[in-house]
Design a protein around this ligand. Structure first.
Ligand code: GDD
Ligand code: MN
Length: 345
């Protein structure tokens, strides 16, 4: 089978009966299936799909009960797809059915991800409020600034895209609203193409994009951003560093020994979290080499920490804990740059 069109639906009973014939027309001559992923819509969207399925074997229904979420619906749809290529689109005609064959054409020319883009020459949005424009623009900007993968497309928050089946879907969970970004992140080498289109107002029904989805999205982008994960781990390491130093000082250890021990503890802590989370190596082969490499890369930062603390303590009699904290900040940027270029590359 050439193509699966995955259509997540929630309360689209008015749109689905029109969408199916429109897609049928647009996809004439192509071997395809339409896969609706419905989260048990209260308005009975799934019942309409079920009926169509009885008449036309190319229509399939994946009805999820007790679960909800656009992102996870899309991911489940992609996983269940049988086509060589998979297009994901809204059910509400905001994504024109006529565009699907154009996405497919780009894929047959070799692209593995094809994004339908509102922000390419010839694309655009119709009938959006200023607020909605600002949100969409802000979401794109956030992704652009934080995620390298987002820079491969002019519309990183597009909900209308094609992926070639067989792309790596490991780690793609659809936690937030933005599956496309997750897929791009999981496939750094994928060839990406774009097709412009105009995003128009909904044919019927209401948008399900709410304030919560926007917050989810921002969290997801942060989660995907390696520099930010690195910074979060570093922040937790600061707590370990200062916490253990306070403890050691209270046990009566001399300042220098307390400082250096606390620094080493925080290095071990950070390293473990970078293995598990930031870089995801999971203590796999070569962990010892990486542990030593990490020490080499943080050595300058650690020395900076210690020396700044020592200097402030000697010269200004500054509280050693406060001095250590200031030292931590001085060493942080250095650590990131060195880890990235020397250890995990
Ligand atoms: N199964 C399932 N579960 N489907 C859902 C859910 C859900 O929880 N929430 C929404 N959908 C379906 C809708 O029925 C629709 O077919 C599609 O997913 C997109 O939802 P909309 O409510 O129409 O979203 P939107 O139009 O506001 O947002 C669109 O544009 C954004 C870009 O500005 C979507 O295409 C987004 O993906 C896109 O980022
Ligand atoms: Mn929509």
């Amino acid at each position: 089978m050439k193509l699966t069109v995955v259509i997540p639906t929630y309360n689209e009973a008015e749109n689905v009966p029109k969408l199916i014939p429109a897609l049928r027309r647009a996809l004439e001559g192509i071997d395809y299936e339409l896969l609706f992923v419905d989260d048990d819509s209260p308005d009975g969207t799934w019942r309409i799909v079920e009926e169509e399925q009885r008449k036309d074997a190319r229509v399939r229904l994946l009805r999820r009960v007790g679960r909800r979420g656009l992102g996870s619906a899309i991911v489940e749809g992609i996983r269940a797809a049988r086509g060589e290529f998979v297009v994901v689109m809204d059910a509400d005609f905001q994504h024109p059915p006529e565009l699907v064959p154009l996405l497919l054409r780009e894929a047959e020319r070799g692209a593995e991800v094809v994004v339908a883009s509102r922000y390419r020459q010839g694309g655009g949005v119709r009938g959006w409020s200023l607020a909605r424009r600002v949100i969409s623009w802000g979401a794109s900007l956030l992704a652009y600034l934080l995620l390298g993968e987002a820079r491969k497309t002019s519309d990183p928050v597009s909900g209308f895209f094609l992926v070639k089946r067989g792309l790596n879907m490991e780690g793609v969970e659809g936690r937030g609203y933005k599956v496309l970004l997750e897929i791009l992140a999981a496939n750094p080498g994928a060839k990406v193409a774009e097709v412009p289109y105009v995003f128009s107002p909904r044919a019927a029904g209401r948008s399900k994009l709410g304030a919560r989805d926007i917050a989810d999205y921002a969290l997801q982008v942060i989660w995907l951003s390696r520099p930010l994960r690195f910074a979060l781990v570093g922040a937790s390491g600061v707590l370990v560093n200062l916490g253990s130093m306070a403890l050691l000082l209270s046990l009566g250890l001399p300042v220098d020994l307390a400082s250096l021990t606390a620094i080493e503890l925080s290095i071990a802590w950070n390293f473990s979290l970078h293995e598990l989370w930031t870089f995801g190596s999971g203590f796999s082969r070569g962990v010892l080499r990486r542990y030593l490499g990490y020490h080499a890369s943080v050595l300058a930062g650690a020395l900076t920490q210690y020396l700044v603390m020592r200097l402030l303590y000697t010269l200004l009699s500054l509280n050693p804990l406060l001095g250590q904290l200031i030292g931590v900040f001085a060493g942080f940027l250095l650590n990131y740059a060195l880890s990235r270029s020397l250890v995990w590359r």
